[in-house]
Design a protein around this ligand. Structure first.
Ligand code: NAD
Length: 383
């Protein structure tokens, strides 16, 4: 029987990669689930709820437990301080593989297989496994709530005995999963919303949510690959910045979500452009960990710049841990339902279009060295 380990996450991570519900579904796949004590507490899942679902509780970071694990399910990346897994074990998680030479080295040295969930293809078969979507949805929702709580005015239009209050004006930059959820949340709160994106397909989605689409500059629009925007040229970004600057005069809130996978986030609000916002306006930058759409944002910090609050919000899904974990765990379980046969055997087929892009390593043979540009193949690695 293959052993699954759901560890207690580290570094302030509140989420967990398996819930009592998914422990039940994994047990139906003939997997034996072990859960580190306290792993689900921050997400509202007690140790007892895992035991009732059929899991075994183990002490955190027990070397012998990790050595016997066949399948490690994680939210955050691997690190060298964790106990060692045995050769051939599979790690499934958000492994932050871009530019992560340490990860490749660790996978190679310990001869591990690894699926990096950020790299799942956006194909219909993978929709139920899409952690980027389930977590970005939460980030977009929470970003608007954070900004609304910090804003010096109402979001909706109100007609009161003391007079009429105009609705807040919101600019959302980037209309991917997080951006569209931010639009929907701001609209539900009664705001008037404008949206900037570079993908033509975004227009219809934005308009269907009752927001206005801001046309990107005509010249040099970046192309698309697999539904993602490609990186824009410096000339295009400069033109886009000028266009956005013209929109900012009456804006109360900016939610920044523009990203390009594996590349720095496009810089769209320079310091000078941010200064066009009125004092009291709020910027929430969800792209801050990738360099940010706003020049002033800093990871995990709230900065008051000439009266404009700039919130560098990099870990918003972890601030809604119950639903973030529940959905993440279901994404992971949906993937395992494909990888595990009814008799409880695991098959990793690198030819499967679902696995090809996200199977970073197969038993220590690295398959995605392209993610780390200067990575040189170590000894014993098949090119
Ligand atoms: P993302 O996080 O990589 O980027 C967020 C948004 O930023 C994207 O809409 C992108 O076009 C936009 N962006 C990039 N550069 C920009 C710039 N200079 N100015 C303004 N906006 C810019 O994207 P995501 O949220 O992961 O979604 C990417 C795409 O994948 C979307 O089209 C989404 O609808 C699609 N998607 C498909 C599936 C599926 O089919 N299974 C699932 C989820 C998302």
């Amino acid at each position: 029987m293959l052993k699954v380990l759901i560890p207690l996450e580290e570094g302030g991570e509140t989420r967990v990669a398996g819930s009592p519900d998914t422990v039940k579904s994994l047990s139906k796949l003939q997997l034996l689930c072990t859960v580190e004590k306290g792993a689900g507490i921050a997400s509202g899942f007690s140790d007892e709820s895992y035991v009732s679902a059929g899991a075994q509780l183990v002490s955190p970071k027990e070397n012998s437990v990790w050595a016997e694990t066949n399948l490690l399910l994680t939210v955050g990346p691997l690190n060298n301080a964790q106990p060692k897994l045995s050769a051939g074990a599979l790690v499934v998680g958000q492994l932050a593989p871009h530019g992560n030479a340490n990860l490749l080295q660790l996978l190679q040295q310990q001869q591990l297989s690894a699926i990096s969930l950020e790299l799942l293809p956006r194909i219909s078969r993978a929709q139920s496994m899409d952690v980027l979507s389930s977590q970005a949805n939460i980030a977009g929702y929470k970003a608007v709530l954070l900004a609304a709580a910090a804003l010096d005015r109402y979001m909706p239009m109100l007609m009161t005995a003391a007079g009429t209050v105009q609705p807040a004006k919101v600019l959302v930059i980037g209309a991917g999963v997080a951006g569209l959820q931010a639009v929907a949340t701001a609209r539900r709160l009664g705001a008037v919303v404008k949206v900037s994106d570079v993908r033509a397909a975004a227009r219809e989605q934005v308009e269907s949510l009752g927001a206005r689409f801001i046309e990107p500059p005509v010249q040099g629009v970046p192309g698309e690959q697999g539904g993602y925007a490609k990186e824009a040229t410096a000339t295009f970004l400069e033109a886009q910045r000028q266009g956005l600057a013209e929109q900012l005069g009456d804006i109360d809130m900016v939610i920044c979500t523009a990203q390009v996978p594996g590349r720095p986030a496009p810089l769209l609000l320079t310091k000078e452009i941010t200064e066009l916002l009125r004092p009291g306006a709020v910027v929430v930058d969800l792209a801050v960990a990738q360099g940010g759409n706003c020049e002033l944002s800093q990871v995990g910090e709230t900065i008051n710049h000439k009266g404009v609050l700039v919130i560098g919000a990099d870990r918003l899904p972890a601030s809604v841990p119950h639903h973030a974990s529940s959905l993440y765990a279901r994404n992971v379980a949906a993937l395992l339902e494909v990888l595990i046969s009814k008799s409880g055997e695991m098959k990793l087929d690198p030819e499967d279009p679902l696995l090809d892009p996200c199977l970073v390593s197969l038993e220590g043979v690295l398959r995605r060295t392209d993610l780390v540009p200067n990575w040189s193949l170590g000894e014993g690695v098949k090119p």
